[in-house]
Design a binder for this molecule. Structure first.
Ligand SMILES: [Zn+2]
Length: 111
């Protein structure tokens, strides 16, 4: 696993043997970077994967919500409508849960 460096000014993280000369985001000098411990770096790398999965879930649930709304508008019969309404409600909850989880990861520096 490569070293992971974090800018203490803005939180930008970067892989490498050494910290960059300046922070690409905020321009802070080399000395403002700190190497993350192996344990913290592993959590950050693991969260890259789970954050991507959560973002994909947000995209997929939005797709299902839009499809469900389209199906509900047609209102073919009560059973059909009930499925679309349940799908929309369930996907809304999942979408918001994934968004909140991503926000939690960011707040904890797992990004
Ligand atoms: Zn920075």
């Amino acid at each position: 696993m490569k070293k992971l460096w974090k800018c203490s000014v803005c939180g930008f993280t970067m892989e490498g043997e050494e910290a960059p000369e300046t922070c690409p985001k905020c321009g802070a000098p080399h000395e403002k970077f700190e190497a993350l411990s192996e344990e913290t770096a592993k959590k950050v790398y693991d969260s890259y994967v789970t954050n991507d999965i959560h973002m994909e879930l947000v995209t997929l649930t939005e797709k299902i919500i839009n499809l469900s709304k389209k199906g509900a508008e047609i209102n073919l019969d009560p059973a059909c409508l009930a499925i679309f309404e349940k799908a929309e409600a369930a996907c809304y909850v999942l979408k918001e849960m994934s968004k909140a989880e991503i926000a939690g990861h960011i707040a904890k520096g797992k990004w």
